[in-house]
Ligand binder design. Structure first.
Ligand code: CTP
Ligand code: MG
Length: 177
C-alpha cells in the first residue's frame, strides 16, 4: 500500500467516526434505561411480524444521534476542515441510525427475528446509508475512490465483528456477532 493510499484510508476512518459511535452507543446506553420504548411501538407489519422489533428503541436512536454528533464535534475541533459543516457529523450519525433501522426492517421481512444475523447488512449497512446521506448533502470526500471505499468497508466489517465479540465477552450482548 502506497503512502497516499494509507493517508486516504486514515482520513476515511477518522471521517466515519461519528457513524461508528452512533451505531455502537445504543448497545451500552440502552442498558441504563428501565423500559426502553421500541420505535415501532410494538406493532406488527402486514406479514404479521414486528415492523422493526425490540432491538430498535427511541432511547437507542436519540442516544446514538447525540453521542455520534458530539463525538463528531470533537473530531471537528481536532481535525479542522475534515467536515464541511458541523451538520455533517450529525448527518453521518443520522444516516447510521437510519441504515440500522432499514436493516432491521429488512431482517423482519425476511423472517429473521430480533438479534438474528444478516451477514454484511449487519456489519456495513449502517455505514453505507451514513455515507449516502452525508454525501448527498455535502458531496463525496476526496478519498472516495473504489480502493479506499473497499478497504473502509472491509475494516468496518472486521471492527464491527470485533467490537461485538468484545461486547459479548463483557456481557453487554447475548450473542457474539
Ligand atoms: N439499540 C437500540 N435502539 C437502536 C439501536 C440499537 O435500543 N436504535 C440497542 C438494542 O438494545 C439492541 C442493541 O442496541 O438490541 C444492539 O443493536 P443491533 O445489533 O442493531 O440490534 P439487534 O438486537 O441485533 O436487533 P436486529 O435484529 O433488529 O438488528
Ligand atoms: Mg444485531
Amino acid at each position: 500500500m502506497g503512502g497516499l493510499q494509507l493517508e486516504a484510508l486514515m482520513g476515511a476512518l477518522i471521517y466515519v467516526i461519528p457513524a461508528y459511535v452512533a451505531n455502537g452507543a445504543p448497545v451500552v446506553l440502552v442498558r441504563a434505561v428501565q423500559r426502553p420504548r421500541p420505535i415501532d411501538l410494538g406493532r406488527t407489519f402486514l406479514d404479521g411480524r414486528r415492523v422493526l422489533g425490540d432491538g430498535k428503541t427511541f432511547e437507542g436512536l436519540i442516544g446514538g444521534l447525540l453521542s455520534g454528533t458530539l463525538t463528531g464535534v470533537l473530531v471537528h475541533l481536532l481535525v479542522p476542515g475534515l467536515y464541511r459543516s458541523l451538520f455533517e457529523p450529525f448527518s453521518l450519525s443520522a444516516g447510521a441510525m437510519l441504515g440500522d433501522v432499514i436493516g432491521s426492517f429488512a431482517k423482519r421481512r425476511l423472517g429473521i427475528s430480533q438479534g438474528g444475523p444478516l451477514p454484511v447488512v449487519d456489519q456495513i449497512g449502517f455505514l453505507a446509508v451514513a455515507l449516502l446521506l452525508a454525501w448527498s448533502l455535502y458531496g463525496p470526500k476526496e478519498w472516495s475512490d473504489a480502493a479506499t471505499l473497499f478497504l473502509l468497508f472491509s475494516i468496518t466489517a472486521a471492527l464491527h465483528l470485533g467490537t461485538n465479540a468484545g461486547a459479548y465477552v463483557l456481557g453487554l450482548k447475548s450473542r457474539w456477532y
